[in-house]
Design a protein around this ligand. Structure first.
Ligand SMILES: [Zn+2]
Length: 60
């Protein structure tokens, strides 16, 4: 993703935090895009794979 202001590629980092939509129960991984020179932050929340999560719970 490029910065909307300077049009340079933005730094990315994957946040540890998980966001849950309380209406649907769907969980989302949070991805950050950062342009430090413009101090612009963009977050993208993408759905976690529910099947994988169930498997992880069964193995715990
Ligand atoms: Zn920028």
């Amino acid at each position: 993703m490029n910065c909307p202001t300077c049009n340079q590629p933005m730094d990315t980092s994957l946040d540890d935090s998980i966001v849950r939509n309380h209406k649907t129960g769907q969980e989302y991984d949070k991805q950050w895009y950062v342009c430090k020179s413009d101090d612009i932050w963009v977050t993208v929340e993408s759905p976690r794979n529910k099947a994988e999560e169930k498997e992880a719970l069964l193995q715990a």
